[in-house]
Design a protein around this ligand. Structure first.
Ligand SMILES: *Cc1c(COP(=O)(O)O)cnc(C)c1O
Length: 367
């Protein structure tokens, strides 16, 4: 038996007719860059987030960078973020000229620990970027409270958490803006790179739109130097088509997470992911923990199960941040979990048989 980590072909086959027709329409109309399909997707995606504004762009990484630039983050500023994320979250801070300031994660949920934020705030702190990691919302009440107290922005990195909810609020709708990735393997994935920013602040969005479009809102009227970051029409049409299915897929992910929970409940040395109370975790990743992680991963791979690690090295310990000279003791939770975490295959197309097999293998390797 082979169990891939994701199966994008299986998903494509399940919606092939709709997708092929939509791509055909884009080609017939040569609506390749921005245009009608991109506008349609922006409208739909914004609507699904409580009627916020939406700006599409080329990737989730660009969504972060454009947002930071639109908030005027730059040299001399500091931006607080979590120790456990994909490097996009921190590299985009550095790329504006600002300094990333890392905070350890909460030992229960692996999202930024709000209890440690306040001590890192200085007069240069401009924003906090919480990451809704693995599909689980960060502790937004506590984060927003601190941000309001000090007058700093909250920019939500929602790349792994499409339609995840913190209590009643969909992620991306609580801070000044939310950034999304539509990388193919994400919960809502394009067939190439794509990203988006949502916000209720129209001035902010207008600055973001200008920066992403060579610094101009009207052709040949450049107000500033910007970048070129845009979504293709083909990707927009694919995303609009997939939006019709995302709720079903999300429900399926959550059901699979509950199955895993049951199937793995007897495994003594495997710790299962916790879900924050009254929140909707959308399980982009199902991350278990084992003190024998490296042996477990080898055994699972030998049995045809593709598992991954998100992430094997926490951000403060990555080479680009060597100059910050961070010690394990500063980030004890991130440092511990980076050698314990393991992501099992979980995607809407995972069959009950495959899931059963994965669980059996994990249980058999338990020691
Ligand atoms: C995937 C991801 C990004 C970057 O998105 P791209 O579309 O790959 O550029 C940013 N932040 C997090 C947390 C991610 O998982």
């Amino acid at each position: 038996v082979k169990v891939p980590f994701v199966d994008l072909t299986a998903q494509y086959l399940s919606i092939k007719e709709e997708i092929d027709r939509e791509i055909g329409n884009v080609l017939m109309e040569s609506a390749f860059i921005r245009g009608k399909y991109v506008e349609k997707f922006e409208k739909e995606f914004g609507m699904l987030h409580g009627d916020l504004g939406c700006l599409s762009c080329a990737s989730g990484t660009d969504a972060l960078y454009i947002s930071l630039k639109a908030l005027d983050v730059g040299i001399g500023d500091e931006v607080i973020t979590t120790a456990m994320s994909w490097i996009s979250t921190s590299q985009t801070i550095s790329q504006t000229g600002a300094q990333p300031v890392f905070i350890d994660v909460d030992p229960r949920y692996f999202t930024i620990d709000p209890g440690q934020i306040e001590e890192k705030i200085t007069e240069n702190t401009k924003a906090i970027i919480p990451v809704h990691l693995y599909g689980q919302p960060a502790d937004m009440t506590a984060i927003l409270k601190i941000a309001n107290k000090y007058g700093i922005y909250v920019l939500e990195d929602c790349a792994q958490a499409h339609f995840s909810r913190y209590r009643k609020d969909v992620v991306g709708s609580m801070g000044i803006a939310g950034t999304f990735s539509f990388y193919p393997g994400k919960n809502l994935g394009a067939y190439g790179d794509a990203g988006a920013i949502i916000s209720g602040d129209l001035d902010f969005l207008s600055r973001a739109r200008m920066f992403a479009n060579h610094g101009s809102l009207n052709k040949h009227k450049h107000e500033i130097e910007g970048i070129n970051s845009r979504m293709d029409g083909i990707q927009a049409a694919i995303l609009s088509t997939k939006l019709k299915h995302i709720e079903n897929w999300t429900v399926r992910r959550i059901a699979l997470s509950e199955n895993y929970r049951e199937l793995l409940s007897q495994s003594v040395n495997v710790k299962l992911p916790l879900v924050r109370q009254n929140c909707r975790h959308v399980f982009h990743l199902f991350v278990i923990r084992s003190t024998n992680r490296d042996i477990l991963i080898k055994k699972l791979r030998a049995r045809g199960i593709a598992c991954q690690i998100h992430y094997p090295v926490a951000l403060p310990f990555l080479k680009p941040y060597k100059n910050m000279d961070h010690k394990p003791e500063e980030f004890p939770v991130a440092h511990r979990i980076q050698s314990e975490i393991l992501s099992l295959p979980l995607y809407p197309e995972l069959t009950p048989d495959m899931q059963q097999y994965v669980a059996e293998c994990v249980n058999e390797c338990d020691f």
